[in-house]
Design a protein around this ligand. Structure first.
Ligand code: ADP
Ligand code: ADP
Length: 223
């Protein structure tokens, strides 16, 4: 079954003077449970594509379907709801809240849910254990290494049991040891049945992908 699909996706950024054609008609299909990587030169549209798939931004033209739902037609509130339930996003620079502990950063992602605090805490603890960070539950981001912060942000992305995990250069800011550790967690999470899509410059990682896409000049090709 196809879980992510785009049809003729176009994105034009318009600033006061310049128009940037970041995506020029991208058609892509991603099967449920697969592991995809998106590679390509810097500035050619990879992040834009990932953001549109994740509903973080709206296309200029074309459609994004998540599990058969055309998310480009949803109201902002419906889109926020769908995103929270179906999609987890991991950023290169972690985007953790600096004043909160590792555990609290994960709990914050569950705020929209109606579950009790106790249930949310238990879930956050379970996710921290999954990424091997139980002993850092009460540490603030500044007290964690880059690799540890990225593992917290992966745990946060899983807070609402999304089907799809989208990652924008998750190892781009890590040393090679942390990188390996983070990748091992990502592979483990893939085995639990999640669909994973990663934008990466890491050739070793790209080699392991089941599906490899390249974005070049705003166009997509299958490698
Ligand atoms: P990549 O992820 O491959 O490095 P991006 O998707 O970030 O590429 O960017 C594609 C193009 O769109 C680049 O020319 C970039 O400068 C431009 N771009 C990206 N985001 C914006 C934005 N918010 N406003 C204007 N231009 C943008
Ligand atoms: P990445 O390194 O993940 O490809 P970028 O460095 O291209 O990301 O972009 C980081 C952020 O800056 C994104 O939110 C993107 O939308 C924004 N951005 C990128 N290029 C431009 C631009 N030319 N003008 C305005 N915003 C941009």
């Amino acid at each position: 079954k196809t879980i992510v699909k785009t049809e003729n996706l176009v994105k034009i950024y318009s600033n006061s003077k310049v128009k940037t054609h970041a995506l020029k008609g991208v058609n892509l299909e991603i099967p449920e449970g697969s592991f995809s990587c998106i590679i390509g030169p810097s500035g050619h549209g990879k992040s834009t594509l990932l953001h549109l798939i994740g509903g973080l931004d709206k296309p200029t033209d074309g459609s994004v379907f998540i599990d058969g739902i055309n998310i480009t037609e949803l109201s902002n509130s419906k889109l926020a709801e769908l995103r929270a339930q179906k999609i987890g996003f991991v950023f290169q620079f972690f985007n953790l809240l600096q004043n909160l502990t590792a555990l609290e950063n994960i709990e914050v992602a569950m705020m929209f849910k109606k579950a009790s605090q106790k249930v949310q805490r238990a879930k956050a603890e379970e996710l921290l254990a999954l990424v091997g960070l139980s002993e850092k539950a009460n540490a603030k981001p500044s007290e964690l290494s880059g690799g540890q912060q990225q593992r917290v942000s992966i745990a946060r992305a899983l807070a609402n049991d999304p089907d799809i995990l989208l990652m924008d250069e998750p190892t781009g800011n890590l040393d090679s040891e942390s990188e390996e550790e983070v990748l091992n967690h990502i592979f483990k999470i893939h085995k639990t049945g999640k669909t994973i899509v990663i934008v990466t410059h890491n050739n070793e990682l790209a080699k392991k992908a089941e599906i490899l896409f390249e974005v070049r000049n705003g166009k997509l090709s299958n490698q």
